[in-house]
Design a protein around this ligand. Sequence first.
Ligand SMILES: Nc1ncnc2c1ncn2[C@@H]1O[C@H](COP(=O)(O)OP(=O)(O)OP(=O)(O)O)[C@@H](O)[C@H]1O
Length: 366
Amino acid sequence: MQALANDVEIRGVYKRIGRNVILDGIDLEVKQGELLTLLGPSGCGKTSTLNVIAGFLDIDQGDVFIKGQRVTDVPAYKRGLGMVFQTYSLFPHMTVYENLDFGLSLRKVAKDEKKRRIQKALELVKMTGLENRYPRELSGGQRQRVAIARALVVQPTLLLLDEPLSNLDAKLRHELRAEIKRLQKEVGVTTIFVTHDQEEALSMSDRIVVMNKGKIEQVGTPTEIYAHPRTEFVFQFIGKSNQLEGTVKSRDSRMICVELAEGGQVLVEAENVMGSDRSCAVGDAVKLYIRPEKLTIQAAENEAPHYNAHAATIVQLNYLGSAWEIEVSMLGKRMQVLRPSIESGWTIGTEVMVGWNPSDMMIVKK
Ligand SMILES: Nc1ncnc2c1ncn2[C@@H]1O[C@H](COP(=O)(O)OP(=O)(O)OP(=O)(O)O)[C@@H](O)[C@H]1O
């Protein structure tokens, strides 16, 4: 398959405001037609990166290319982008129809063509029939749909979405997530989406860029980011985790054996070393991470199914509806286990065996 062209390229972007370095050497490529998400904690530079692409934030060093053209010094209004923000940015004194018409009239699109495009955009976001409503007569979700339609109606080169769902309630957020994903693929517009919500990022994106303190930690597909985090930060930011500590006792090219601080040994696949240089030698003090859903749990008398298996005691049982969250005391620590079901009769104090696969544990030098 031929490699897709890049719609956006950012090279060595550096930006300082006052004493704060807010973007510290950002290199990024956005492929044609993909939905790329910028994910990270508050203040990590997601919005600033989006604003650099949009042309709202000038930069101290580096370059920005859109569709192969250097746009570093091109003003925002000439970049041909569609944007949707967290807060509703519709014109309050205009109807839905007029809000969509505005950008088309500016671009001097012919009347019939305008009408056709507005109808099509409203159809895409399922807002047909509400053309004559004012923003104040719409729900939060409907307003964001109109904002998306308004961004799309001008057929932008790129669609930029800055936390468009964060003011909506959980159910609506879920619905709109799926819809944005569907319509993005239907229209085929290259989209950059900003969020601090890891579930939103995992469920919607073709690729995710995890940012931390003005730098990119990792770029990858949702499964790469979740299952093969390259840094401790990415592992901890995406999803829940249990942590153990120890010292590397032996290793070969395939496996690392760690002597735990609390006693006992565990095996970790050598591929799962995180950190900038991904090094891990005998004698190194290390931290080990495992996600709750990767731990298996069974009655103490059964034979352990994994290399890593340890006696544990149930200390808490939480029923979550779709799963059980089981807290166990093990290796002198409390660990979370997440399973779809538990054996009948298990209760606080039940002795169990907790195990996991060496390929599911991540390791990083302290
Ligand atoms: N105009 C400004 N003046 C000074 N500092 C700024 C300015 N704009 C942003 N910053 C700082 O730059 C850093 C990155 O901000 P940015 O808005 O890009 O982060 P973010 O990841 O989008 O955060 P959030 O999720 O909270 O919106 C923050 O530390 C912020 O305080």
